[in-house]
Design a protein around this ligand. Structure first.
Ligand SMILES: [Zn+2]
Length: 252
């Protein structure tokens, strides 16, 4: 057993006994971990409010090499998710973000860049900045960092470069655009407008994300609703079922 220190985001808290909880955390150093927080349900506990959903904290835990749970020994709050009590849309978006991290990452599989992207997105969601932009940019960044970015510039079936600027077929099973020749017989196809494709391409191009002139680039784009729907469907398809929080994002 080793003591590990790292930063972490609280993804899930489940009551375990009268006094303890099991906490799922996405940590910078070790990826997702599940740890028992003994005494967390007592009024006076060693975690000082750090074990709260969507909180970012510094933790110390005993990392067990076997199958048994890690033990959380310390947690110090770095950033509380303040909108939890003031803004329902932002709270749902924050819960959705941690749900995605929980569903799409594996234990003991660290992703430092994803950790940084998630912290940044949490800050944006929990502020006055555009919720729509913060969320869709995080979703795309997450897909990219986890190797699930859809193929958009060439057909996923035959590899030929996309030529037309008309509507295109997007294959949810295949994970990208499909040319008319490869389309027959394919299931779960979504039709995407050229504007939608352009927005998706911009979103997937990191340098363009950084150079987007205004914060509200995505949400002000005419194809935003269409891209929002496609990304939701794509993520649902990837996971195999809808994330629990997806239906609460109706206003986005
Ligand atoms: Zn093709």
């Amino acid at each position: 057993m080793e003591h590990e220190k790292t930063e972490a985001i609280v993804l899930r808290v489940v009551e375990f006994s009268e006094t303890s909880c099991i906490v799922t955390l996405f940590s910078r150093k070790l990826g997702k971990i599940s740890a028992i927080a003994k005494g967390a349900r007592r009024k006076k506990n060693p975690y000082e409010g750090a074990i709260d959903l969507i909180a970012i904290c510094r933790i110390v835990f005993l990392h067990k090499s076997s199958q048994s749970l890690d033990i959380l020994t310390e947690a110090k709050l770095e950033r509380r998710f303040r909108s939890a009590s003031t803004d329902l849309d932002r709270f749902y978006a924050g819960l959705y973000l941690v749900e995605l991290l929980n569903l799409l990452t594996d234990e003991a599989d660290p992703h430092e860049l994803l950790f940084d992207a998630a912290c940044l997105a949490i800050e944006r969601i929990d502020s006055q900045s555009s919720l729509k932009d913060a969320l869709i940019e995080f979703e795309i960044r997450m897909l990219d960092l986890l190797g699930h970015l859809p193929m958009l510039t060439q057909c996923v079936g035959c590899g030929r470069m996309r030529r037309t600027m008309n509507r295109v077929h997007f294959g949810l099973n295949e994970g990208g655009v499909i040319c008319p020749d490869c389309r027959p017989g394919k299931q779960n196809i979504v039709s995407l407008s050229s504007e939608g494709l352009e927005l998706l391409l911009n979103l997937t191009d990191h340098t363009k994300i950084k150079s987007m002139k205004t914060e509200d680039y995505s949400s002000n784009h005419s194809a935003y609703p269409e891209v929002r729907r496609l990304v939701s469907k794509y993520i649902l398809h990837l996971i195999g079922y809808p994330p629990r929080l997806q239906k609460y994002l109706g206003n986005l």
